[in-house]
Design a binder for this molecule. Structure first.
Ligand code: SAM
Length: 415
């Protein structure tokens, strides 16, 4: 791998010789593959039996190699999410620090890896607002959240500073901020080409702006989870120290096991519990995470989870893209049900008849082809399933069945 010279100079010193050598060695190897199961849709005995559990995530597993996820109907059914092992550490953090139903904001949420994880790890009764500033990425976020199937999620498309102008207050905010992406070097060559020291400093500046913009929406005593997928201390420890000193927070620890090989602070003189996942040391791509509790003055109570939905909807400044499970669309005399309804955990299994598809049919369905369902399949709207997992709707006319899978969700190629 052709790494930028300034990156090598800086990071080899930061890591020290041993860690650097192991990192360089890991960079030449294929990235580990990991998945997180959707606890409401499947359990591991069925889907990935005998795989290696990831110890810091209840539903996480490493796979020995990368299957073709695109061609697996269960992936599209939201039965699991393909997710980098380091980012699954958020599961351990939430299960340690969040035990009651809370109001949660995931500020930089697309494509939705950490939002889908949060929804699964949060106690029932919690309500999650998943926000993304980029419109195209927000659509992908919405798709992933709908595949997850949980109704207590609102997807919004706003700038961080928009929230400041509302009355919304959260118990927990995740800022998985845009960063220089050093942890993506192995996966995405573009991040190598875009990397420079000046970009690192520009990222640090933008991260501080984002944090400043959202700080007043966290209640005093509430949790800020700060994460990046980069290794340098400018975007990590320096920002954590800045949050503590300038915004007013204290750092909270979580228990970790020595065999997880998580690296702590690399900023000299800043010996606090922060968590860094370095390839070669930890079986992951790269992640930094810190857990902070707000101690500065601010609102003392968050918006109650049960009022959050109403408040978001009643705030014109908030651009709400989806509220839980979008229901059917009136077309002429008919209400056309949405794919989100089929995938929703809240839809009663008896609301529509189910028709089981073979693997080949399920792939053709996800490719948005129309085909004939078995002669005994009920007429009208049916939920098509693969291994009993709903994939979406078809309208069965007998001599053919119309495919209602969303165009922008469809898989492009079947090979
Ligand atoms: N949390 C996501 C996940 O786990 O799937 C990954 C988030 S990615 C690291 C950072 C996100 O921040 C991107 O989706 C990007 O569009 C968004 N972003 C970029 N600039 C931003 C800004 N100024 N304020 C807020 N979000 C921003």
């Amino acid at each position: 791998m052709n790494l930028p010279k300034d990156f090598v100079t800086y990071t080899s010193v930061l890591f020290g010789p041993q860690r650097w050598e192991r990192f360089m060695h890991a960079c030449e190897e294929p990235a580990p593959v990991s998945v997180r199961l959707n606890p409401w849709k499947t359990d591991n005995e069925v889907l990935f039996p005998h795989q290696q559990p990831i110890p810091w995530c209840k539903e996480g597993y490493w796979l020995p190699q990368r299957p073709n996820f695109t061609l697996d109907p269960l992936f599209h059914a939201g039965a699991y999410y393909v997710q980098e092992a380091g980012s699954l550490f958020l599961d351990h953090v939430l299960r340690t620090h969040v035990k009651t139903p809370v109001s949660v904001l995931d500020l930089c949420a697309a494509p939705g890896g950490k939002s889908t994880l949060m929804r699964a790890a949060l106690p029932e009764g919690a309500v999650l607002v998943s926000n993304e500033v980029d419109r195209r990425r927000a659509s992908i976020l919405m798709e992933n959240m709908q595949k997850q199937g949980h109704p207590d999620v609102l997807v919004t498309h706003n700038l961080p500073r928009d929230f400041q102008k509302t009355n919304l207050v959260f118990d927990v905010i995740l800022t998985d901020v845009p960063c220089s992406g050093e942890g993506l070097f192995r996966r995405d060559e573009n991040t190598i080409n875009e990397w420079s020291l000046s970009n690192v400093h520009m990222c640090q500046k933008r991260q501080r702006e984002i944090l400043t913009d959202i700080w007043s929406c966290l209640r005093t005593g509430g949790l800020l989870i700060y994460s990046t997928c980069t290794f340098n201390t400018h975007e990590n420890e320096e920002n954590v120290r800045w949050i503590c000193e300038e915004l007013g927070a204290e750092i909270l620890p979580v228990s970790i096991q020595p065999e997880w090989n998580i690296t702590g602070s690399l900023l000299s003189g800043f010996e606090v519990p922060v968590y860094r996942f370095i390839p070669g040391a930890t079986k992951s791509e790269g992640l930094f995470m810190a857990i902070l509790r707000k101690i500065s003055d601010g609102p003392t109570c968050a918006t109650l989870p049960k009022s959050l939905r109403g408040q978001v909807k009643g705030t014109p400044l908030i651009h709400l893209l989806s509220d839980g499970i979008p229901l059917g669309e009136q077309k002429g005399k008919e209400v056309i049900p949405t794919t989100a309804q089929a995938l929703s955990l809240a839809t009663s299994p008896n609301a529509y008849p189910h028709v089981e598809l073979s693997l080949e049919e399920a792939r053709r369905y996800l490719h948005r082809e129309s085909f004939i369902l078995p002669a005994d399949a009920p007429r009208g709207f049916v939920i098509v399933t693969y291994q009993k997992h709903p994939l979406g709707f078809m309208k069965n006319l007998g001599d053919r069945a119309n495919n209602l899978y969303p165009k922008n969700w469809a898989i492009k190629k079947l090979v």
